[in-house]
Ligand binder design. Structure first.
Ligand SMILES: *Cc1c(COP(=O)(O)O)cnc(C)c1O
Length: 402
C-alpha cells in the first residue's frame, strides 16, 4: 500500500506523466472466488430460479440491516414499484421526491398512475431538504421517497417526523445506501419500506437485482405475492421435493422475483459489504486529501450523524475553471471513466413535458446537475489506480485551453 510521491502533491502539475494504458472503469464490480463458486454450485444444483439461495440471501440481508423481512426482487426499480403498489398509491395521488435522483424513482410513481411532486435539495448534502417537503404536501399527497444521495443518509428524523404528523408513508430509495446508517440505525431498518439496488455499478452487485426491507408482516406478504405473478403464499415451492402445491392467483402480480443465480452473488457480496466499505472510505479520503487544495474542484462534505455508504465520490467542477463535460472527455482520453449523478430529473424532456417544471424550478439541484462529476470508486481499485485518477484530474483541471 505504498503511494508514489507525485500523489502527495496533487496541486502541482506534473508535466511528463505517463498516461494510463488501461481504462479505469467507473463503478467496477468486485467479484470474489466465493461468488464464482456459489454460482457454479447453483448451476450444478439444477435449481436456477427463486429458491433456497434466495431465501438464504433474504434472511441474511434482513439480519444485516436489522429488518424483520427482506424480499428479493430483480431490481430496485421493481422494489420501488411494488412498494407503491403495496401501499395502494395510485391515480390521483401525489408522491414527493427529489429531482436529484435516477429516472427510475420518478418512473415508478408514474407507473402506478400517481404524480411525482419534486422539491429542491439541500445543496451541501444533495439530499431532499426536509424544509421543502412540508409546503409541497397537499390533500392528495400519499408518500415521500427520499433518496440517500451517493450513500449519504438523509435526515430520517426530520422526514419521519413530517410523515408521522401528516399521515404519509415513507419509502426510502436506498439504491446507494447499503451499509449506511442514520444516527446509529442502519438504512433498511427505519422506514416502513426501503428499496435497495444490486445493479452492476452499485456497492453490492448481483448483475441485476434488488431488495425491499420492512418490519410489517402484512406488507411483506403482499410484496412477495405481487413479485411472483400474484400467486398465493410460497408458490415458489411448487416444484420442490415437497411435491406440487396447489396455489391460487389472488391478484394480477408482476414477474419481479430474484433468482438463485443472482442470490449466489448476493450472499457473498453481502458478507464483504463492511470490508469493502473500509476500502471505499480509504479511497474517498485519498481523493479528498488530493483535491481539497485543487482550484476549481469542491470535494464532498464530511459525514455527520451517520455512516456514509461511500457509493459515489462526486466533486463539483467550477465552470469558470473547467467545463464539466469537457473535463469528462479529457479524463476519458486519459483512460479514466466518470459518471454524472445526476442530471436533475426535471430537466429531461419527458419529465419536463408531463410535470411541467422549467429550468429554474429547483436551483440547488440544477447547480449540482451542471457541475457534478463522479470519479471511479470501487473496492477493486488499487492505490496505483487511485493515484492515476488523481494525477489525471489534477492535470486536466490545470489545462489552460479547457
Ligand atoms: C440505480 C438506481 C435506481 C435503480 O436501480 P435498479 O436496480 O437499476 O433498478 C434507483 N434509484 C437510484 C437513486 C439509483 O441510483
Amino acid at each position: 500500500m505504498s503511494s508514489t510521491p507525485r500523489s502527495d502533491a496533487p496541486g502541482h502539475a506534473e508535466p511528463a506523466r505517463a498516461p494510463r494504458s488501461s481504462f479505469v472503469v467507473f463503478g467496477q464490480p468486485d467479484i470474489g472466488e466465493e461468488e464464482i463458486a456459489e454460482v457454479v454450485d447453483t448451476l450444478r444444483s439444477g435449481w436456477l430460479g427463486t429458491g433456497p439461495k434466495t431465501k438464504r440471501f433474504e434472511a441474511e440481508f434482513a439480519d444485516y440491516v436489522g429488518a424483520r423481512h427482506a424480499i428479493g426482487v430483480n431490481s430496485c426499480t421493481a422494489a420501488l414499484h411494488l412498494s407503491l403498489l403495496a401501499l395502494g398509491v395510485g391515480p390521483g395521488d401525489e408522491v414527493i421526491t427529489t429531482p436529484m435522483t435516477f429516472a427510475a424513482t420518478l418512473n415508478v410513481i408514474l407507473h402506478v398512475g400517481a404524480r411525482p411532486v419534486l422539491v429542491d435539495i439541500d445543496p451541501l448534502t444533495q439530499n431532499i431538504d426536509p424544509e421543502n417537503i412540508e409546503s409541497a404536501i397537499t390533500a392528495r399527497t400519499r408518500a415521500i421517497i427520499p433518496v440517500h444521495m451517493a450513500g449519504r443518509p438523509c435526515d430520517m428524523d426530520a422526514i419521519g417526523d413530517i410523515a408521522a404528523r401528516r399521515g404519509l408513508a415513507v419509502i426510502e430509495d436506498a439504491a446507494h445506501a447499503i451499509g449506511a446508517s442514520w444516527r446509529g440505525r442502519k438504512i433498511g431498518s427505519i422506514s416502513p419500506l426501503t428499496a435497495f439496488s444490486f445493479y452492476v455499478t452499485k456497492n453490492l452487485v448481483t448483475g441485476e437485482g434488488g431488495m425491499v426491507t420492512t418490519d410489517d408482516d402484512a406488507l411483506a406478504e403482499d410484496l412477495r405475492v405481487r413479485s411472483l405473478h400474484g400467486l398465493s403464499r410460497d408458490a415458489w415451492k411448487r416444484y420442490t421435493d415437497a411435491g406440487f402445491q396447489p396455489y391460487d392467483v389472488v391478484m394480477p402480480g408482476w414477474k419481479y422475483n430474484l433468482t438463485d443465480i443472482q442470490s449466489s452473488l448476493g450472499i457473498h457480496q453481502l458478507h464483504r459489504v463492511e470490508q469493502n466499505l473500509v476500502r471505499r472510505t480509504e479511497i474517498w479520503q485519498r481523493y479528498t486529501a488530493a483535491f481539497e487544495g485543487l482550484s476549481g474542484i469542491a470535494v464532498p462534505l464530511s459525514v455527520e450523524d451517520g455512516v456514509h455508504a461511500r457509493h459515489l465520490y462526486s466533486v463539483l467542477v467550477d465552470p469558470l475553471v473547467q467545463k464539466r463535460d469537457a473535463l469528462m472527455q479529457d479524463l476519458r482520453q486519459r483512460n479514466v471513466g466518470t459518471g454524472v449523478h445526476f442530471v436533475a430529473a426535471h430537466l429531461y424532456s419527458y419529465f419536463r413535458s408531463v410535470l411541467g417544471y422549467e429550468r429554474g424550478a429547483f436551483p440547488h439541484a440544477e447547480f449540482i446537475s451542471d457541475r457534478t462529476i463522479s470519479l471511479p470508486l470501487s473496492s477493486k481499485l488499487t492505490d496505483g489506480d487511485v493515484d492515476d485518477v488523481i494525477g489525471a484530474v489534477s492535470e486536466a483541471m490545470s489545462r489552460k485551453d479547457g
